[in-house]
Every structure is written in structure tokens, then in C-alpha cells.
Design a protein around this ligand. Structure first.
Ligand SMILES: [Zn+2]
Length: 364
């Protein structure tokens, strides 16, 4: 049984003490170990990861492992490998690779909990940096993927899903549905929530905005959303809009939407069938469109604290809430019985140690 001591964020708040663990947490105890200059947070759970460390999820096995290793070094202990809009065969191949790696984690890697399909059932007018392969919903194709792989989350545009048949089908399968890359109006979005959609993908970005006589997808999210994901790189969304969403959406949670460029120097990287360029911390298409991010979850934590978000609240929105959103209640919290997934940070919120399922995946 291993042990870590420090200031610990538990579901009931901060304690000073120790956590005792094997693959799972055996006990969390208040006591004398406190006072060390380190803080033990639940390992981050990132539900939107197209890449990292030079690896693009669409490129398959080796690239997905590069991505799993890069994000582990930044405190992410589990994540959803995210496919982007592409021809169906490309998506099927990537999902097969994700399924294989999800069941075969190597030392130093974060655990893949399954796949997030971002598209291809998106509004062609709202693709942002998604490659131009938007398609009409194909329920048989999705059923095939779900039979072969742990598909946990699908991002789609409800206005492109006649009768919301795919939303209803996914909800019945227990797959979480988020609204994104969408030009839907407010009423259509509210109906999509009633039909089984439960969240919003990169809130504010690539969706119809809130206007006071046309509230759009954003207005529906702020008025009715229980969950929504947001990219807190402070480039995709201005701090004030993050604070507004925090007031409105009870379980707002944070993702990186990291591309292969995350953790890498400036240069060109693949994003599915696109090539993207990293310049000065952000990632762009040739025409200047933002193309995912170069964000990591530890930087997300530092960004949120820098704009005034309480640290415990920020940490939960990077771990507990996303885990709960996909029904992974045994992740994202430091409590007996949960997986021993920890991000240990110093006083400057720099990652000093990462534990994945009881194994030290990274130590500074
Ligand atoms: Zn997107």
C-alpha cells in the first residue's frame, strides 16, 4: 500500500493528511502529514482530447499513446480520445485503435476511458477547424462503433439530426450527447435537451451566440444546461464569459480540446486531414481560424485561478464533474473506493507528481 501526504482536496473539502492507496484508494485520513508544501488534487479527467505531444488521435496507435503520455505529465489521469470530422472509414479506424489502447494502458500513460466522437454529424456551416466531411446521421454506423468500442460521448448538431433520432438512440444506449458545431436556434436546442442531449461542447465556440432576441444555442445552454464544457485557454473564451457561464451552468466543466501541438514547440501539426500551425501558444488553420488548443489541464487550472475561480471549485470542474458527466463515478474524486488518480501540485500549481491507478506516471 502506497501513501501520499499533504493538503488533500476531498469531496467534503480540504484536509491535511494522508491518502493510502493501491490501484484504488483505501483510506483518506486527516492527521500529522499536513503542512508539507504540496497539494493533492483528484487527477484531471479531460473529455475532449484530439491530440497532444505531437500525436493526433486520428493517426492511430502510436500517436494516441504519445497523446496519453503527454497529458499524463500535466496531471490528466484519464481522458476521452477524441475523433474529429472525417470520412467514416477514418473514424472507424481511429475508434478501433482507441478501444485497443483503452484496455492496454502502459506505464506513464493516462487511462483512456473511451472515445468522444466530435462529428461527423455537425452543421457544415459551423465546422470551425473541423475538416470538411460533415455528414448526415448514420445510425447503423454509430451502432457498429458502439458495439466494438467504448463510445462515451458524441458531439452533434441537433438541427442536422431529423427528429433527433440519433440523439434519442445515443441516449438510450447510455452515450452522453453534447450539442456543438451547431447553428440551431433556442427552441430547437431546448427540444434537443428534452430528447436526451445533456451538455454543450466548447461552450460559446462554433455555435449560435446569445443575442437578446435570438438566444441561440448559447442562450439555451445558459438558461437550461446542467452540464457544458468550455476551453479555458483564455483565447477561445474571454474571462468575463467564463465567469458568466460559471454563474449559469451548475456543472460547467473544463476541457483542453488539445491538438497534437500541445506540449510541442511552434510548428505544423496534423489535425485529422487538416494541417494546423502552432504560434505563440495557440493553434490555427492557414486562414487564421482557431483550431483546437495547445492547452493542458494544469495550465487550465492556473488560468482559472488567475481569473478568480476558487481553486477547489476549479479542480472539481477539471475532474469530478467531467467524470460524473460520463458516468465514471469511480474517477475524479479522492475518496475510499475510487481509483487512485492524483495530480500533485506545488504552491505555484506546477505539477510535481501524477499517479494513475496507483502508479506514479510522472514525477518532477
Ligand atoms: Zn470543436
Amino acid at each position: 500500500m502506497a501513501e501520499l501526504g499533504g493538503r488533500i482536496l476531498t469531496p467534503d473539502g480540504w484536509i491535511s493528511g494522508t491518502v493510502e492507496f493501491g490501484e484504488k484508494i483505501a483510506a483518506v485520513r486527516a492527521g500529522a502529514e499536513g503542512g508539507r508544501d504540496r497539494t493533492i488534487l483528484p487527477g484531471f479527467v479531460d473529455l475532449h482530447v484530439p491530440g497532444g505531444g505531437g500525436g493526433d488521435v486520428m493517426q492511430g496507435d502510436a500517436a494516441i499513446r504519445q497523446c496519453a503520455a503527454l497529458h499524463a505529465r500535466h496531471g490528466t489521469t484519464s481522458f476521452l480520445a477524441t475523433t474529429i470530422t472525417a470520412p467514416a472509414d477514418d473514424i472507424a479506424a481511429a475508434v478501433a485503435a482507441i478501444a485497443a489502447i483503452a484496455g492496454d494502458r502502459k506505464p506513464g500513460e493516462a487511462r483512456i476511458l473511451g472515445a468522444h466522437l466530435e462529428g461527423p454529424y455537425l452543421n457544415p456551416e459551423r465546422l470551425g477547424a473541423q475538416p470538411p466531411f460533415a455528414q448526415a446521421p448514420d445510425l447503423a454506423f454509430i451502432a457498429g462503433l458502439c458495439a466494438r468500442a467504448p463510445v462515451r460521448l458524441v458531439t452533434l448538431a441537433p438541427e442536422c439530426d431529423p427528429g433527433h433520432a440519433l440523439i434519442k438512440d445515443l441516449a438510450a444506449r447510455g452515450v452522453a450527447v453534447q450539442i456543438g458545431h451547431s447553428a440551431a436556434g433556442y427552441d430547437e436546442t431546448v427540444q434537443a435537451l428534452a430528447d436526451g442531449a445533456r451538455g454543450f461542447t466548447h461552450l460559446y465556440n462554433a455555435m449560435s451566440p446569445l443575442q437578446h432576441r435570438a438566444p441561440g444555442v448559447v442562450g439555451a445552454a445558459l438558461a437550461h444546461g446542467d452540464y457544458a464544457a468550455l476551453i479555458p485557454d483564455l483565447v477561445h473564451v474571454a474571462p468575463g464569459a467564463i465567469l458568466a457561464a460559471l454563474r449559469a451552468v451548475p456543472h460547467l466543466y473544463f476541457v483542453t480540446d488539445a491538438t497534437a501541438a500541445a506540449g510541442m514547440p511552434d510548428g505544423d501539426y496534423p489535425l485529422g486531414r487538416h494541417t494546423v500551425s502552432k504560434r505563440g501558444g495557440s493553434v490555427f488553420l492557414a486562414d487564421g481560424t482557431l483550431a483546437g488548443s495547445a492547452l493542458t489541464m494544469d495550465q487550465a487550472l492556473r488560468n482559472l485561478v488567475s481569473i478568480g475561480v476558487d481553486m477547489a471549485d476549479a479542480a472539481r470542474r477539471l475532474s469530478t464533474y467531467p467524470a460524473d458527466f460520463i458516468g465514471a463515478g469511480d474517477r475524479g474524486r479522492i475518496t475510499a473506493g475510487a481509483y487512485a488518480d492524483f495530480a500533485v501540485v506545488d504552491a505555484d500549481l506546477q505539477v510535481v507528481q501524477v499517479v494513475v491507478e496507483g502508479e506514479t506516471a510522472y514525477a518532477a
